[in-house]
Design a protein around this ligand. Structure first.
Ligand code: HEM
Length: 322
């Protein structure tokens, strides 16, 4: 996730963004008015970015709503009794997971994803295909033992002493984690931003001006560098992740006995801790008028930065923060 790697993958994301814009243009004639369910539009966009960037699949879910990756995604999010029980246990009693596996209780979606990853890796290796995406970086790590510091080097061709320290299983489970962590968070982050902007014409106008000016500065080309200059847009996204944190909680485990100040209570070593981001981000002590969506609060320093943790904190913070 260095700037160089992100820059390299930018074109891959842009192709998906173009598909979304084409879809919206087709739905909406010039000057026309139509209602859209933004969560659906942005969820479709997010799944296509994930399919392309993580799994190396070029799909268009706007036009083909029954493609392979959408079917897996529906399976993951299916709220069956079994999936709710298992999901809750994975969070609250993770040790039960081993028992479930021993009992032969297989989850379908991770298996389906594993097959997609296996198939794509095989195809890329056999046909010597290199593509600028996350799968390629993980293949590089598997085949060469490290990810190249040279941002132009995306080759994953194994050397002579190819010991392959990383299994396909590990690649597939990392990509599955990226999917789980990145799908809903991205889709809801953009949707909530659109939702707030739709209610605040002044902010909408400001963000449109911001985007236009940044594009003008970069020869009207939509590039990685142009996005860095969209400062007000960034403030809007910051404020959305404040008011609507993509993950409502952080999980931690207490590593040594901790006496709570001004009380007789001690949090014992080993205690699982849940930190409510939702609670912190909507607490008037840290963010005055917390229910107001005000991108300017980050410019006016009208908040407590210590309480702002939309991407978590410390060594396990979100890899996608940048
Ligand atoms: C607006 C979008 C996103 C938000 C608000 C968000 C938020 C978070 C938060 C709060 C955590 C927990 C961090 C902690 O415990 O300190 C996290 C972890 C993580 N996120 Fe994100 N995330 C977003 C997008 C993504 C995307 C697109 C990806 C995939 C590339 C991703 C991958 C991860 C991973 C792998 C972790 C676990 C890191 C670890 O445990 O070491 N996130 N994210």
């Amino acid at each position: 996730f260095t700037s160089g790697k992100l820059k390299g993958m930018f074109g891959t994301v842009e192709i998906v963004a173009d598909k979304m814009v084409n879809y919206l243009n087709e739905q909406l004639a010039e000057g026309d008015v139509k209602e859209f369910e933004m969560k659906h539009v942005m969820g479709t966009y997010a799944i296509d970015v994930i399919a392309s960037l993580f799994f190396g699949l070029e799909i268009n879910s706007f036009l083909e709503p029954n493609n392979e990756i959408l079917n897996v995604s529906r399976k993951v999010n299916e709220p069956t009794f079994g999936s709710v029980v298992r999901g809750t246990c994975q969070f609250l009693y993770p040790s039960l997971e081993k028992l479930f596996i021993r009992m032969g209780w297989r989850e379908q979606a991770p298996n389906m994803m594993r097959q997609i990853v296996q198939r794509t890796i095989k195809m890329r290796e056999e046909q010597n295909i290199s593509r600028k995406d996350m799968l390629q970086l993980l293949m590089q790590l598997r085949n060469k033992g490290e990810i190249s510091a040279d941002d132009n080097d995306w080759s994953a061709k194994a050397g002579n002493d190819a010991s392959k320290p990383m299994s396909i299983e590990t690649i597939a489970s990392n990509l599955f984690l990226f999917y789980v962590a990145g799908f809903e968070t991205t889709a809801s982050g953009i949707s909530f931003t659109a939702f707030e902007l739709a209610q605040q014409p002044a902010a909408l106008e400001k963000v449109q001006r911001d985007v236009k000016q940044a594009l003008e500065k970069h020869d009207n080309k939509f590039t990685y560098e142009a996005i860095q200059d969209m400062k007000y847009l960034e403030l809007c996204l910051m404020e959305t992740t404040r008011k609507y944190p993509g993950l409502p909680i952080l999980n931690r485990q207490c590593t040594r006995d901790y006496p709570l100040p001004d009380s007789n209570l001690v949090i014992k070593e080993g205690t699982p801790i849940i930190i409510s981001l939702f609670g912190l981000h909507r607490d008037a002590n840290y963010f005055p008028d917390p229910m107001l969506w005000q991108p300017e609060r980050f410019v006016n320093q009208n908040y407590d930065p210590v309480a702002y943790m939309p991407f978590g904190a410390g060594p396990r913070h979100c890899i996608a923060q940048r």
